[in-house]
Design a protein around this ligand. Structure first.
Ligand code: KG4
Ligand code: ZN
Length: 336
């Protein structure tokens, strides 16, 4: 290996994106993402189809990531992969690939926690100060994370039922929109009136969230309105989306505000797929301005699932000497 150069090949395959990246000394050289279109017509991710698509995508995706980075296979120092959490079949494809690649080339192996990686995505292009408070909002998780150092994180609270992304996707499905509906709600919301319809905000203790209530209330609301006018949803889609998004964003920010105040933290960010939401991004910036926070928002490509965030986490684990051995297996659920 070249003196002082640490090239991490990173693999992400926890859900429905197959991604590979090359990270050199903490700098992202490439980040290739193959999205699986096959799930769209089913209204959600079909685990078995996801695993098969990962198997088809993984070799070409890694190939392109190495080529884009201009790094030869023989110059890779270590292989990092998403070990948990996620769909077990999907994780297995990435884990088996990473282990085989590492073993064939005699490389070090690094197991990465997907949610920790979403938080560390902030450090790809920025350097938030510690302690850093991160609201991690994805299709499977909604967490407030206290980040004391790169690998020293604590989940202060999370959702007790649905994740915020799931709430967006389920409401979108009720409106007849294809999966994943989050980005479409965002698009319609941009032209709608957020105060036109009122949906209840759940009141949870400490830093907990709950999104099953808003989902049910939108369902009953649409059922009642569709009885009066079968085309109600189509006619009012912009205002419905804006009102739902407004309520979800409010619920998220209420807890983030509470945590930042109680812990007296001024460096605050959002991560995960839902952090691509323009309503949330705008509201966080406004909140930061009002409360004197330094706000961090990742670039779009680092919000949704990507291997660059696995690579940056792998790099910090490499620096700390946190390696996995060949007996490591993926797990669908994982505590931090
Ligand atoms: O982090 P991610 O790519 O995958 C998981 O780890 O789950 O997050 C995917 C979630 C989906 O629920 C998707 O609808 C949501 O992020 N999402 C959005 C937006 N972009 C992605 N939700 C609301 N507005 C968006 N612009
Ligand atoms: Zn994710």
């Amino acid at each position: 290996m070249n003196d002082g150069i640490i090239n991490i090949l990173a693999i992400e395959s926890s859900c429905d994106e197959t991604s590979a990246a090359v990270v050199q000394n903490g700098k992202v050289l490439s980040n290739v993402i193959a999205t699986q279109k096959v799930h769209e017509r089913f209204g959600g991710v079909v685990p078995e189809l996801a695993s098969r698509a990962h198997m088809q995508h993984i070799v070409p995706v890694v190939d392109v990531a190495l080529k884009d980075a201009g790094v030869d296979k023989k110059d890779i120092t270590a292989v990092a992969f998403t070990q948990a959490p996620g769909l077990i079949g999907s994780l297995l494809v990435g884990a088996c690939f990473a282990k085989s690649f590492a073993q064939a080339s005699g490389l070090l192996l690094i197991a990465v926690h997907h949610m920790q990686a979403h938080v560390l995505a902030h450090f790809i292009e920025n350097k938030p100060e510690f302690p850093f408070l991160c609201l991690t909002v994805s299709g499977g998780h909604t967490q407030i994370v206290l980040c004391r150092d790169y690998l020293d994180m604590e989940v202060l609270g999370e959702t007790i039922d649905d994740a915020a992304g799931e709430a967006f996707d389920k409401v979108a499905k009720m409106l007849g929109l294809p999966y994943p509906g989050g980005p479409l709600i965002d698009k319609y919301a941009a032209e709608g009136d957020p105060l036109r319809f009122k949906f209840p905000m759940s009141e949870m203790k400490d830093y907990e969230f709950s999104f099953s209530g808003i989902k049910t209330s939108v369902l009953y609301f649409l059922q009642a309105q569709r009885k009066l006018d079968p085309e109600f949803a189509e006619k009012n889609i912009k205002d419905i989306c804006a009102s739902v998004q407004y309520t979800i964003v409010n619920m998220l920010l209420t807890k983030l505000r509470k945590a930042a105040k109680q812990l007296n933290i001024k460096h605050v960010g959002i991560a995960g797929g839902v952090s691509a939401n323009s309503g949330l991004r705008k509201a966080l910036l406004a909140e930061g301005e009002k409360l004197g926070w330094q706000v961090y928002i990742p670039k779009f490509e680092y919000c949704t699932d990507n291997a660059a965030m696995i690579g940056i986490t792998g790099y910090h684990k490499y620096l700390k000497g946190e390696f996995a051995d060949m007996t490591v297996s993926p797990t669908a659920r994982a505590a931090w």
